[in-house]
Design a protein around this ligand. Structure first.
Ligand SMILES: Nc1ncnc2c1ncn2[C@@H]1O[C@H](COP(=O)(O)OP(=O)(O)OP(=O)(O)O)[C@@H](O)[C@H]1O
Length: 268
């Protein structure tokens, strides 16, 4: 039995004009503790909706999510979320951003301080604890977001395009950090990305979703995340199997997008 069970999820949004959108239909997935799943798919295939249901921000119209046997009915500290950007508290320094969850939970400062010190070192920000968020680069801000999430010691980390706003070089460094954190912490991670390369590099499992209705189109089990731990990720991308998978998945998503365009032209 998986640690996180997504069981036959469906989500229909009712629209003000009386119509509705079937954002997800019969999506099932099981993640064992410590698995890293990346989710790819064309725009509108329900990736964010899926993550928001697992986070407990949205209630599904069908099916359910359970974590360690408990049904998810709302947000909870055992499920941490890392967004693309903008979710940090600008008016607090780095240290206070990271300790926010434990502070809110009423943990004593003397207990939290060493945890924050360790996390600052883990994400390479040991000299930046007293800085304000606006003094940091985008990559550093995402390091804070990761540390803040880890400070709550969640069982599952949900990442919605966490590296999407970063420049290419910073993004590559951060991909290495995500892999290292995954291995060091043993957390279960679901990562949404629009980048096929990122999904291949970081996902030991990868799900490609299809739109209208949002559903699982294909699932892979991949060796690259394991290969990439502690290794230059550019060398992983040079593996022949990596290039082959990249072309296969790019072609799959291209075909889906062509079909969506075709349908939109028919409707116009
Ligand atoms: N609150 C809402 N009300 C109505 N429709 C919604 C709502 N949220 C999402 N949708 C619709 O559900 C579908 C799935 O949206 P979702 O944002 O989950 O897709 P996505 O794969 O994350 O897209 P993207 O890659 O562009 O972020 C889309 O057609 C979207 O318009």
């Amino acid at each position: 039995m998986g640690n996180l069970v997504i069981d036959d999820l469906s989500m229909r949004f009712d629209l003000p004009n009386g119509g509705s959108v079937q954002a997800l239909k019969n999506v099932s997935l099981q993640l064992a503790k410590g698995e890293l799943l990346s989710v790819l798919g064309p725009s509108g295939c329900g990736k964010t909706t899926l993550l928001n249901i697992v986070a407990g921000f949205l209630a599904p119209t069908g099916g359910k999510v359970t974590l360690n046997g408990e049904t998810v009915t709302g947000p909870g500290p055992e499920r941490g979320m890392v967004f693309q950007q903008g979710a940090l508290f600008e008016w607090m320094n780095v240290r206070r951003n990271i300790s926010f969850g434990p502070d809110m939970a009423g943990r004593p400062a003397a207990e939290t301080k060493p945890v924050v010190d360790t996390l600052l070192r883990t994400v390479g920000l040991q000299d930046f604890g007293e800085k304000m968020i606006y003094e940091l680069s985008g990559g550093m801000q995402q390091r804070v977001a990761l540390a803040r999430c880890l400070a709550n010691d969640p069982d599952v980390i949900l990442m919605d395009e966490p590296l999407g706003a970063l420049d290419a070089l910073t993004r590559e460094k951060m991909q290495g950090l995500v892999l290292r954190l995954w291995k060091e912490t043993g957390k279960t991670i679901i990562l949404i990305t629009h980048s096929v390369e990122e999904a291949l590099l970081l996902g030991e499992r990868l799900v490609v979703m299809a739109p209208r209705p949002g559903r699982i189109h294909k699932e892979y089990r991949l060796p690259f995340a394991e290969m990439g731990v502690g290794r230059d990720l550019r060398s992983v991308k040079k593996e022949p199997e990596f290039a082959q998978r990249r072309e296969e998945i790019l072609g799959m998503i291209w075909d889906m997008e062509e079909e969506i365009m075709g349908r939109q032209e028919e409707q116009a």
